[in-house]
Design a protein around this ligand. Structure first.
Ligand code: GRF
Length: 195
């Protein structure tokens, strides 16, 4: 099957996903799309021989519907079976989500349902949590709210800055997301827990 990956920045999760889709893996990346022109992940995708596209949300002003229409056209031109949001920083409306219902995943850098939204690592530190981590979930209309398909936990250490915690979580994202995607493209929704 064919997987389109949506990014907004460096695309380290995109790289991990793309690198996992080799050999007997039943899926292959068919597109890496960014809403940010020149996003670092676009060059990484091109270096990996993956088709890329950019749909700049700034071209559409406040018209979210028009942006998402252009997004859908750009994505569907590559006929994906599944979508993986990987550091994609735009909130999607039900129009977009319904179009890809049941076929779209996202990775979020917290142990959902805790800390939906932004600044997740700082919030975990401020709350004095002993552990933090990341979650892969199916994307539904509720922001960061869909069924959880995997989680990875890391300790929060005394004196951690949010950057320290982010650096501890990110490698776990790169293990978790590929593990969940491999199952998801085969219709296996059994949750993955790491370590
Ligand atoms: C990561 O913290 C990820 O959890 C979030 O976006 C950040 C950057 O991801 N979704 P990437 O390096 O662009 O994949």
């Amino acid at each position: 099957s064919r997987v389109a990956i949506l990014i907004s920045g460096g695309g380290s999760n995109m790289v991990a996903l793309a690198q996992s889709m080799t050999g007997e893996h039943p899926a292959r990346p068919c597109l890496v799309l960014s809403n940010v022109p020149g996003a670092g992940g676009l060059a990484k995708a091109a270096d990996m021989g993956i088709a890329t596209a950019t749909v700049d949300h700034k071209q559409f002003g406040k018209d979210r519907e028009a942006f998402e229409g252009a997004l859908i056209d750009a994505i569907d031109a590559h006929q994906p079976d599944f979508l993986a949001l990987a550091g994609f920083m735009r909130i999607l409306t039900p129009k977009f989500i319904n179009h890809y219902a049941g076929r779209m995943l996202n990775i979020h850098p917290s142990l959902l349902p805790k800390y939906k939204g932004l600044h997740t690592h700082q919030r975990a530190i401020d709350a004095g949590d002993a552990e933090a981590g990341c979650s892969v979930h199916e994307v539904t209309a509720e922001l960061d709210g869909g069924p959880i398909l995997g989680q990875a936990k890391v300790p929060v250490n005394a004196g951690d800055t949010w950057e320290d915690l982010a650096a501890r979580v990110l490698p776990m994202e790169h293990q978790l997301y590929p593990a969940v995607l491999r199952r998801f493209v085969q219709g296996d929704r059994s949750p993955v827990f790491l370590p």
